[in-house]
Ligand binder design. Structure first.
Ligand code: NAD
Ligand code: MG
Length: 334
């Protein structure tokens, strides 16, 4: 096991950024939050977007100078690449690389394209990672509350000798030093992120919910009961885990639920599931998943769209729509 360095406010030299224009390329989930937090932290920001894209007007309304990507890049000492991962290689090739100023640095919020070689920056360019551990909306909200969300920082190339300093100053401007900034590498961030979303957070969780729901419904129980038990109550449990770890969750449920947890959890996630997790991790590390996803995206995502449609038609979504419509407070939460 490797120990990880944690940085705080005391490790930051904010001035590194205040005399450097940051081009935020993309104004979606991460892009809008980065641009706004950086600006509020006193960092000069220009936003780079396709003039015909949906977010051009949104960024302009927020008061930013919004330019085509190539023009924004020409102005910048640091280019933050915050468009979807599958769109990045082409935009990098066509608009970023040819316009990068000598000495300008490149920043990513996820290591995917650099780690898997889809983007290969010139050796003279600093290449850094600042990956907030939350969606953009929360990154922005916590900053406005005077708090922050944790970020991971990493350095892929450091010809200037100041790449880590730059990453720390950026993470600080996002508000992350208030919560904790952890040092990692592009490889570790990319591999753990892909593994986590596939095996645990998105893939594992949705498969667990659906399997529990189907088991109850197949045994003759009402789909409404199965929905509440296997999906709706998930949030209550996850909130307890989030706030107090597994022990905090177990302290918050009944002794009966806690005992059932101890004797039955491993029957669901046992040796077979662990073996599957190791296989998923192997596909992530070998690049097999990255290759499959890159090819799929290049084809226009036929498999992606087919499975998305099939999943939308699952019985749990039908019953869920009906039940959620009666719980007005759900759509007010985020
Ligand atoms: P997003 O889908 O929200 O971003 C869309 C933005 O990119 C829009 O402004 C859109 O107009 C622009 N865009 C799309 N295609 C473009 C193109 N070809 N040229 C120019 N602009 C284009 O993306 P996101 O979820 O914010 O992800 C951005 C990066 O942040 C990714 O590397 C992602 O892995 C990483 N990340 C995301 C999250 C998250 O919670 N969303 C968390 C951590 C890291
Ligand atoms: Mg993630």
């Amino acid at each position: 096991m490797t120990a990880v360095r944690m940085f705080t406010q005391a490790d930051v030299e904010p001035a590194v950024l205040t005399d450097c224009v940051v081009a935020v390329v993309g104004y979606g989930s991460q892009g809008h939050a980065h641009a706004l937090n950086l600006r509020d932290s006193g960092v000069p920001v220009v936003v780079g977007l396709r003039p015909e894209g949906n977010s051009f007007e949104a960024a302009r309304r927020a008061g930013f100078e919004v330019l085509p990507v190539a023009e924004a890049v020409k102005r910048a000492g640091l280019v933050a690449v915050l468009i979807p991962d599958m769109a990045q290689p082409a935009v990098y090739r066509e608009a970023i690389a040819p316009n990068l100023r000598p000495g300008a640095a490149l920043l990513f919020a996820h290591g995917f394209n650099v780690h898997f070689g889809q983007i290969k920056p010139p050796a003279a360019t600093d290449v850094i990672l600042v990956a907030p551990k939350s969606p953009g909306a929360m990154l922005r909200r916590e900053y406005q509350r005077g708090q922050g969300v944790p970020s991971l920082v990493g350095v892929h190339q450091d010809p200037s000798g100041h790449a880590l300093e730059l990453a720390l100053a950026y993470a600080h401007a996002l508000g992350s030093t208030r919560a904790g900034v952890l040092e990692t590498t592009f490889a570790d961030e990319t591999e753990t992120d892909l593994f986590g979303e596939q095996a645990v957070l998105c893939g594992g969780l949705s498969a667990l919910i659906k399997a529990g729901f189907e088991t109850l419904v197949d045994a003759g129980y009402a789909p409404e009961l199965a929905y509440f038990e296997c999906l709706h109550e998930m949030k209550l449990i996850v909130d307890l885990v989030y706030a107090g770890g597994l022990a905090g969750m177990r302290a918050g449920v009944s002794d009966t639920a806690e005992y059932g947890d101890y004797v039955s959890g491993e029957r669901v996630i046992g040796d077979a599931a662990r073996q599957a997790m190791r296989a998923i991790l192997a596909d992530v590390r070998s690049g097999a998943f990255a290759e499959r996803w890159t090819k799929e995206a290049a084809r226009g995502g036929p498999e992606f769209k087919r499975i998305r449609q099939r999943e939308r038609e699952h019985a749990i979504e039908q019953v869920g729509q009906r039940l959620r419509a009666r719980m007005a407070w759900l759509s007010e939460a985020d």
